[in-house]
Design a protein around this ligand. Structure first.
Ligand SMILES: Cc1ncc(COP(=O)(O)O)c(C=O)c1O
Length: 279
């Protein structure tokens, strides 16, 4: 099946899509991105993704202007052209191409790439699968609220998780949990849902925000609070959230079994309510 990408205002064949070696996204990770789950023409939480994209672009002064309706049209056309009913849409905007120099010029034209990734979501809620995680030092920069493509510390940690046959690495800074390499981390302790506050230490996940709304609508107990690795190990339930994994229960972290190895009650409730968006 032929794959199509959107590159700088054109829909073209995936195989022939090319970007300059002097693109600043390639040379400096001078670039931001979004990953959006879709099912048919339902782009999950689209307005929140576009709001965060605008925040990321503004934070590093990349001047790429778009309206929500114009970019959504491009997304829908690309999904149709690729003949995919369900999956992930990847969008990246770099500052653009310039002769190599740390200092960027103000007038360069951003590069935009959009393409579709295959993805099977955690399927039937009745047999939702649990995954394991490891902990790993958080080696990242201090502006993690910007969804930047400088993901080297994330991929080093994720590779270590992979080596240990774990699904995710949970990042630890000064003894505290920040987030996962590609997800936000949640615990349940004494019926309280707890996750890291949204500040520049973590990415403010779109799924995290949707879960907070569900928590409030269902009158569940909730705090945004930093928590230590020891509490993570001793939690009643642990789960992660992201656009690509939705609500994913974690039943083992390092060598500690969580929630007797099964999905916890509160995690199940949230997974059922959230994952409906795609099931
Ligand atoms: C570091 C990090 N934290 C959290 C998330 C979850 O964000 P979202 O729910 O918007 O996918 C991601 C997603 O890629 C991420 O990379």
């Amino acid at each position: 099946m032929k794959r199509f990408v959107y590159l700088n205002n054109k829909f073209i064949n995936f195989k022939t899509a090319k970007i300059s070696i002097e693109d600043r996204g390639f040379q400096f990770a001078d670039s931001v991105y979004e990953v959006i789950a879709f099912k048919e023409d339902n782009l999950i939480d689209i307005n929140f993704h576009l709001k965060r994209l605008k925040f990321s672009l503004k934070s590093i002064s990349i001047r790429y202007k778009f309206t929500n309706s114009s970019i959504i049209k491009i997304f829908n056309k690309l999904i149709k052209m690729n003949k995919k009913n369900i999956g992930l849409l990847y969008l990246q905007i770099s500052r653009g191409v310039q002769s190599r120099s740390h200092i960027y010029k103000n007038n360069i034209k951003p590069t935009i790439v959009i393409y579709i990734l295959e993805k099977k979501f955690n399927p039937n809620i009745k047999n939702i699968k649990c995954v394991s995680a490891i902990t790993y030092p958080d080696l990242r920069w201090k502006k993690r609220d910007i969804k930047s493509v400088s993901l080297l510390p994330n991929i080093i940690a994720a590779k270590e998780a992979g080596k240990q046959k774990a699904y995710e690495a949970i990042l630890i800074e000064n003894g505290y949990v920040t987030e996962g390499t590609a997800s936000n981390i949640w615990i349940v302790k004494n019926n309280y849902l707890i996750t890291h506050p949204s500040n520049s230490d973590i990415l403010k996940g779109i799924t995290r925000d949707s879960i907070i709304k569900i928590i409030k609508n269902n009158n569940l107990k909730f705090k945004q609070k930093k928590f230590k690795k020891e509490l993570l190990y001793n939690s009643d339930e642990v789960f992660l959230t992201s656009s690509s994994s939705m609500v994913m229960p974690i039943n083992k972290i390092d060598n500690k079994i969580i929630s007797n190895g099964k999905i916890g009650k509160i995690t199940y409730k949230l997974a059922k309510l959230y994952n409906l968006k795609i099931n």
